[in-house]
Ligand binder design. Structure first.
Ligand SMILES: C[S@@+](CC[C@H](N)C(=O)[O-])C[C@H]1O[C@@H](n2cnc3c(N)ncnc32)[C@H](O)[C@@H]1O
Length: 403
């Protein structure tokens, strides 16, 4: 449990899933900076290169009844601080991450049990109006672009728009998006390696069209998905091209037949699970990912390509936590290798242990990954065996059988 001092008081915050041994905090300096700004803290003195206009600090946007939208709160720290500290706000959280949504839910329950916050996802209809928009800058510029497109119509000339990120997350391209899709934009000085982006909503007429979702055709020579079209909503892994690891698995997809349950674990745009459905039309595929954008992409990719009558389910969740033990025949997995939500190893380990529990005896887990990540050792420890099914100089395709 982490103690967080917000401008309005102390909060006890946790990540989701809560793993106390990991010692990763459920808030950071960007969350704290955004909250101090919204509470009216003037922040550091402006300098020539980073002017902060007087009206930015003089404005007190958090009045009772104000419609406040928080986009991309990592663990719910911003939403929870506002819900617990400022009575009467009309608060909406918008997140793409199942893990972030669950963390926010738990933190709100613990710190602001009386509050009524609308917990929504990037796939839901955006709120009709926003007097205050707080954007926790996501790692994915594409997701920011798509979400600013979706939320900009909710803003009005008097809306306060505050973006917050660590300095490593705020780039010229980030500021350009705020400028293009919201209006005139400035940044503040960095405080504890965090920076704020302050935008004033401008006229809608100048906004370009939203380019998301993207559709692209896969190359030939990759098995059943050859030449087929993939749909990617903003923020999904490898949204505009085929990942080389994914390609290796497509080229060496296990040959199977007859009714069985296949899981595309961490499905992204669903290319692996859709290939499995094409290779064995009798199987049922469960597409699952912690990103709402990913699961929506997988559903579009499957519907556009799957054979008539093919069966599939689509769920947003954490690894395989909600799948009954011993119910799965085959798991296909290209695990995450970087994530703002958790350390790399942690996400992959959760997927492997989840897969082991979900597989029936004799069921198989196929993992494609960068060779240097050492998943081979991890899988051998967990499953007792692990063989290399295919390899390139950079990637390995691993097969582990549940005993
Ligand atoms: C390397 S991408 C692979 C995507 C897709 N299977 C492909 O090969 O193109 C890893 C995926 O795992 C998802 N992911 C990360 N952490 C997760 C978790 N705890 N539970 C479920 N999915 C997760 C990410 O959102 C991402 O879509």
């Amino acid at each position: 449990m982490d103690r967080f001092t917000s401008p309005w008081g102390e909060l006890d915050l946790t990540r989701f899933p809560d793993e106390p041994r990991e010692q990763l905090r459920a808030f950071d300096a960007a969350d704290a900076y955004a909250l101090r700004h919204l509470a009216g803290d003037p922040g550091p003195a402006p300098t020539a290169g980073h002017p902060v206009a007087a009206e930015d600090t003089a404005r007190r946007p958090l009045v009772p009844g104000a419609r406040v939208v928080v986009l991309g709160d990592r663990w719910g720290a911003v939403t929870t601080a506002l819900a617990a500290g400022v009575p009467g706000l009309d608060l909406t959280l918008v997140t793409d991450s199942y893990l972030a949504g669950r963390a926010a839910e738990a933190n709100l329950r613990r710190n602001a049990p009386q509050s009524r916050v609308a917990l929504t996802t990037t796939r839901d209809t955006p709120p009709a109006g926003a007097d205050v928009l707080v954007v926790r800058v996501p790692k994915s510029l594409a997701l920011l672009e798509d979400q600013l497109h979706r939320l900009a119509p909710a803003l009005h000339a008097g809306s306060t728009v505050v973006g917050a990120g660590m300095t490593t997350e705020v780039h010229t391209s980030t500021l350009r998006l705020f400028e293009q899709l919201v209006g005139p934009t400035r940044t503040t000085l960095a405080v504890r390696k965090a920076r704020l982006i302050l935008s004033t909503p401008g006229p809608a007429a100048h906004r370009p069209a939203n380019p998301w979702p993207l559709r692209y055709a896969l190359p030939d020579g990759i098995g059943p998905m050859s030449g087929r079209t993939v749909t990617s909503h903003a923020g999904v892994f490898c949204a505009d091209r085929l990942d080389l690891g994914t390609r290796l698995m497509l080229e060496h997809l296990p040959r199977r037949s007859g009714p069985e349950t296949v899981v595309d674990l961490g499905c992204g745009n669903g290319v692996l699970g859709t290939a499995a459905a094409l290779a064995n039309p009798a199987c049922e595929v469960l597409f699952t990912d912690e990103s709402h954008q990913a699961v929506a992409s997988a559903e579009d990719t499957f519907r556009a390509n799957a054979p008539a009558g093919a069966k599939a389910r689509f769920t947003v969740g954490d690894a395989l936590a909600d799948v009954p033990p011993g119910s799965v025949d085959l798991v296909l997995n290209n695990p995450p290798f970087h994530s703002h939500q958790a350390t790399t190893d942690r996400a992959a380990r959760r997927m492997f242990t989840g897969a082991r529990a979900a597989l029936r005896p004799g069921g198989e887990l196929w993992v494609v990954a960068n060779r240097h990540l050492g998943h081979h050792t991890r899988l051998r420890r967990l499953f007792g065996t692990c063989e290399v099914a295919a390899a390139t100089p950079k990637f390995v395709l691993l097969r582990a059988v549940r005993r």
